[in-house]
Every structure is written in structure tokens, then in C-alpha cells.
Design a protein around this ligand. Structure first.
Ligand SMILES: [Cu+2]
Length: 143
């Protein structure tokens, strides 16, 4: 009986999970489209100890330090407990909008214990958002 449950329910469970992935893109995987961003680390739903490393993945565009607007390039941002920003919106500089304007592709993040929504947002050399298409959001718990 136990064996039967495992062999019949597991594929069903996986199919259900895949269905969920289709509606909400996996923030840890390069998107299917020609461009996008994704978290190399941490994993969505992970529990981490502060400080922890955040690693940024990028597809279809190039990282370049801030200061100049060059087509097809930009730098990473991390928005804490914020969703993606509309295309052309300037990303503020404050505690919950962190700029990686030197062109960093990874960074150490210090957060107080709690559960957070982290949004990667790619933006051009003048910090103007490339919009939802160039963002990824995950949940992480800091213990
Ligand atoms: Cu910026």
C-alpha cells in the first residue's frame, strides 16, 4: 500500500508543482524568453543566516556599471519587500532599494530575522527600470 501510494501520488504531486511553475515563473531559473533575470542564490523559500550571498543571473542583456545609458545593458538592483517597478521608472536610493551600480553580479546582504520578498530589478545606466520582464521575486526567511 505504501509503495502504491508513492508510485501513484508522487507523479501527480510533481504534475501539480509543474502547473504552479507555469503560472508563476521560477525565480531561480533563466526565463524561457530571450531576456530576463533570475536568482542564482538564494533558492526561493530558503532559510538563511544573515549575512548571506545573493547572486544575480542575467539573460539576453549585459551588466555594465551605472553612469551611461547604453542599449542592452544595465545593472542589478535588489528591492526588499517591494514588487517590480514599471519600465522607465527611476529606482530610488534607500534602505529597501539597493543599487549595484559598480556592475556587481553578487553581493552580501544583511537583514534582521524575518521573512522577506526579494525582487531583483534590472535597470539602465540612469537607474530607469526595465520593468517586470527584467525582474524576479522570491521569498527568503532569515533566522
Ligand atoms: Cu541603479
Amino acid at each position: 500500500m505504501r509503495h502504491l501510494l508513492r508510485s501513484t501520488l508522487l507523479p501527480l504531486l510533481c504534475a501539480g508543482l509543474l502547473g504552479a511553475c507555469a503560472s508563476a515563473p521560477n525565480p531561480n531559473m533563466a526565463p524561457a524568453g530571450s531576456k530576463g533575470v533570475y536568482f542564482v542564490a538564494p533558492a526561493n523559500g530558503a532559510t538563511v543566516t544573515s549575512p548571506f550571498m545573493v547572486k544575480f543571473g542575467l539573460k539576453g542583456m549585459e551588466v555594465r556599471p551605472a553612469g551611461e545609458q547604453v542599449a542592452g545593458t544595465g545593472h542589478h538592483h535588489l528591492l526588499i519587500n517591494r514588487e517590480s517597478m514599471a519600465p522607465g521608472q527611476i529606482i530610488p536610493v534607500d534602505d529597501v532599494h539597493i543599487h549595484y551600480g559598480k556592475g556587481q553580479t553578487e553581493a552580501e546582504l544583511k537583514l534582521a530575522p524575518g521573512t522577506y520578498r526579494l525582487t531583483m530589478q534590472f535597470a539602465d545606466g540612469f537607474h530607469l527600470s526595465y520593468g517586470k520582464e527584467m525582474s524576479a521575486t522570491l521569498t527568503v526567511t532569515v533566522k
